[in-house]
Structure formats: C-alpha cells, structure tokens
Design a protein around this ligand. Structure first.
Ligand code: HEC
Length: 495
C-alpha cells in the first residue's frame, strides 16, 4: 500500500471512526474474549502510555495517526463506554485503530476505557460541573438559581454528615465524630443529649438522622451510627435505632430508644470503611437502610451476611412478610437488595422507586434502582479499576450472569454521597428529579429518570467542598452539607 493511500484511508477513517460508533443504541450482549490473555496485574496508565499514547496523545488530546481528541464533552459520556471498549478490543476497520483483543485481556481493555475517562475528567469535568453564571445567578437548563450559606463555619459543625428538619423548621445536623446539633435560622441553638455511644473509626461515627414523615403525630427520629463492639475492642458495625426527644429549653434528651437494625457481634469488625448508612422511608410503613460491605468485597454476594446490602424493615424494625429472602436466614430476611459496595445515598422517589448511589473503587460510582431481590454484582462486576491502577473488572454480565446494571455511573468517581428527590415547591421544573452529591467530586448533580430509566444528568454545583449530604428542605430548596469547609449551603431559586 502506498503511503498516500494509507493516508487517505486514515483520513477517511476519521469520518468512519465517528460515524460507525453508534452510541446509545441497544448494546449487544457482552461476550468475553475467547483469545484473551489471562489477566495480568497491569498498571493501566503504563499500558495506555505504551500502546495508545503515540496516536491518542498522553492526555487524550489526539493528533497522532489520524486521531481526533478524545477530550470532547459529547464523548465524556457513559453512552460511549461500550463503544470505546469495542473499538479498543476489536479495532475500527478503515482507521489506524487496530484490534487489541489478541494482546490484552478484557479487564485491561476496560481499564483503558476508565483511563480515557480519567483523562477526559481532568480536562472537562470542572468545566461541565455547573452551568454558566451571570453574576451570582447560575443559568441552568430549567431553573435559574443562587447559592446561599445557611450555617457557616463557626456554628459547631464537624464533618456534618446528615441533615433533616423538625416540623417547626428547626434543622438537625449530625457531626460524624459524634453528636447531633439543632439549628434555627442558621444558628446553633441546642443539641440532642444522651445519644448512644458511637465509635469514630475512619468513615464511621454518628451517621444519618432521619425524622419520621409523621413525626408531628408519632415523635420518632431514626439515627444510624457505627456502634462499638461490646467487648470494647476497636471494632464496630452499623446500627439503626429510633428514639423520641424530650425538651429542656432548646436542648433535647434522647429517650424511648428502640433498635431497628442491628446484627450479631460476630459481624462487628475493625475495618474503618464502608458503613453505608442512609435511611429512607417509603411512606407505606417501611424503612430502607443501606449497609456498606465494610471492605469485605465479595461477602456482599452472600445474602445471609450483613455486608453490602440495602435492607427493608417495617418502621418498628420487624420483618415485612413480602421481603424477598424471608426464611433464608436471620440477616437475609431483612435484605431487599444485595451486591452493593458502599451505598451512601438512598432515597425513595416520588413514584415510589427506591434509589441508591454508591462508591465504586476507582471509577464507576453508581446510581441504582433497588427493586426487590436485585443483585448489583459487587465484587464480580464493576465499572472500576483498582486504586493502585490495576484492572480487575469488566462491567457487563458474562453469559449466565444476571447482575443488575446501574442506570447511571460516574467515571471518574465522584465519591457518591447524599441523594434526595426534589419535591417541587421551589423548583417545579425539577420536580421528581434526583439530586446526588459527590465527596471527591465536590459536586451536586441533578438526574432525571423516567419509568426507572436514565433521562439526563446536569451538573448543578462543583468545587464548593466535599458534599456529605443533600436534602430537600421544607422550603423546597436543595440543602447541601459540606465538609472542607464544614458548612451547610442551599440552592434557592433566583427571581
Ligand atoms: C496507530 C494509531 C493508534 C493507536 C496506537 C491506537 N489508536 Fe485508537 N484510534 C486510532 C484512530 C485513527 C481512531 C479513529 C479516529 C478517532 O476516533 O480519533 C481511533 C479510535 C479510537 C477510539 C474511538 C474514539 C471515538 O472517539 O469514538 C478509542 C476508544 C480508541 N481509539 C482507543 C485506543 C486505545 C485504548 C488504544 C491503546 C490500546 C488505542 N486506541 C491505540 C488510532 C490509534
């Protein structure tokens, strides 16, 4: 072949390369590569630099071998995940893009897709994280809004982890090291005294606070925390209790405590990670509780082990007769869904669907719809690579596997945290949309779903601090608990 003809082919390949990747069309079933090399513990960055950078550029900027830049907003999107994977594994005939399927394992090929996403993330994410501003006003697609500080740094917040409101508008905020403070109009006015002891260990401590939707008539407040093991060792496990407040001026005393979710002492461990642990009411008498896998990985697949589950119990902690694994064990009968890693976002949509957001390792944070009995596949399938840059997973079901896929995933990771639903009072055009927070992403995203399917995602805020929790307030504003700096802010409509 003459150099000129080659050049012409590469040049026409540019067009072919763009048009043959039909993103968004229904994905063909994933077939593992029969020729693949046994998986090696490769460093994905090195792999990219050795095999891909000469054409695509070390940062994905393109230019070599007839490539275009990979750093374009349109392609920084999950609808290209499979297309990128297929292009890398099978090549793109008619372009200089050769098949890597003989050389690399599927895990390595997927690792390269994650690497490309990380390069795109570095180049694009902050720019796409929030809408353009006019002065203080964010001009988003469906609403213009502003950001206000509700509680500033001098009001006793310490890693604020969760917030909720009493019917009179007072706001309760947990501090992860311990304690729940009470705020009125942005000022700390009191505390809840006499709370159960928590073990502050890594990601554990005082976690969720959730005021029962009928608090005005029943007085119940639910809390989750990492409970120290009874033997006094530095081991803990997530526990959920409910209690009632009795008032002494602006301070409240915790009492009438009942246990809602607790597991046997043998499951308490010294791991400092992945406690979950959010609480959501469905308004039909059930409480959903998310429990992280405590670093236990594949134990999330064992339905009678507590790690890596979303639980469903009655509001008093008893077991609903229609739970999916009733009769399958003491832990299993509380399980609603399993195969989770660290679900730190949990909410029930206006349409009654149960949603969680959870952390993947590196890349592949997920938004999942939790329907009865689902298995989300951790740690068998994941949209991630390992923290040490080695590939381990392919995200899709191999033949015979039936893991439920997330409807949306964040690659690179945002450190998925709080999740809530916009109720509509202040933002009618966002009514029913999910608002999802990110710790490392420093982000708030709005996500629209319809009939359980993903419709769109819009970045609302980025770069304000680590987002620990998101909650729609009684005024309809979207409240965001931040850490580094410790603050509560809210997104309010701009007139
Ligand atoms: C000899 C040059 C060359 C090498 C080496 C190469 N590619 Fe490509 N690649 C191309 C060309 C040419 C295209 C098609 C034009 C385009 O999309 O930029 C392409 C397309 C792609 C696409 C589709 C991009 C899109 O926008 O749809 C992906 C993904 C991709 N390559 C990944 C890789 C990975 C991963 C490696 C390393 C394992 C690699 N490529 C190595 C030349 C190369």
């Amino acid at each position: 072949m003459t150099k000129l003809l080659q050049l012409a082919l590469v040049a026409s390949g540019l067009v072919v390369g763009c048009t043959t990747i039909a993103a968004g069309k229904k994905e063909a079933a994933y077939e593992p590569n029969k020729n693949q090399n046994p998986q090696r513990r490769t460093n994905v960055t090195k792999l990219y630099n050795d095999y891909c950078a000469k054409c695509h550029g070390e940062n994905g900027e393109g230019g070599g071998g007839g490539t275009q830049s990979l750093l374009v907003a349109e392609k920084f999107d999950q609808k290209y995940d499979r297309a990128f994977f297929d292009a890398t594994r099978n090549g793109l005939p008619g372009t200089g893009m050769e098949s890597m399927g003989e050389t690399l394992s599927d895990q390595e090929v997927w690792g390269l897709v994650v690497h490309i996403r990380e390069l795109q993330g570095k180049a694009l994410r902050w720019g796409l994280g929030q809408p353009k501003k006019t002065g203080e006003v964010f001009n988003s697609k469906l609403h213009n809004y502003k950001v206000e500080t509700v509680v500033d740094q001098n009001q006793g917040l310490k890693v604020p982890w969760s917030l909720d409101w009493l019917p009179d508008g007072r706001m309760l905020v947990t501090n992860r090291p311990g304690g729940i403070n009470i705020f009125r109009a942005g000022q700390k006015v009191g505390e809840i005294m006499g709370l159960p002891q928590v073990l502050e260990l890594g990601q554990g401590g005082q976690l969720e606070v959730a005021v029962h939707p009928q608090y005005a008539s029943n007085g119940w407040i639910y809390i989750s925390y990492s409970e120290p093991k009874a033997d006094g060792s530095r081991a803990a496990m997530t526990k959920v209790v409910r209690g009632k407040l009795s008032w002494n001026g602006e301070n409240a005393q915790w009492g009438s405590q009942q246990t809602i979710y607790q597991v046997a002492q043998e499951h308490y461990n010294g791991s400092s990670v992945h406690y979950g642990c959010k609480i959501a009411f469905d308004g039909k008498g059930h409480v959903f509780i998310s429990q992280g896998e405590r670093g236990g990985g594949n134990i999330a697949q064992e339905i009678d082990k507590p790690n890596g589950k979303v639980y469903r119990v009655n509001e008093d902690g008893s077991i609903p007769k229609d739970n999916p694994f009733v009769g399958k064990g003491v832990v299993a009968e509380k399980v609603w869904t399993y195969g989770h890693r660290n679900p730190q976002g949990l909410t029930v949509g206006l349409d009654g669907r149960v949603w969680d957001t959870e952390h993947g390792p590196r890349g592949g944070d997920e938004l999942n719809e939790c329907t009865k009995g689902d298995n989300f596949g951790w740690s068998k399938v994941a949209f991630s690579i390992n923290y040490n840059d080695s590939p381990d997973w392919v995200p899709w079901n191999a033949p015979g596997e039936k893991y439920k896929m997330p409807i949306f995933r964040w690659i690179p990771s945002i450190g998925a945290s709080g999740l809530d639903v916009v109720k509509g009072a202040a933002f009618p055009n966002w009514k029913g949309d999910l608002v999802a927070g990110g710790l490392s992403g420093n982000s708030v995203d709005r996500i629209r779903t319809k009939d359980g399917k993903f419709v769109e995602r819009e970045g609302l805020l980025v770069g304000m601090g680590r987002v620990r929790d998101i909650a729609t307030g009684p005024d309809g504003a979207v409240y965001v608990a931040l850490n580094q700096p410790d603050k509560i802010i809210r997104i309010v409509p701009a007139k």
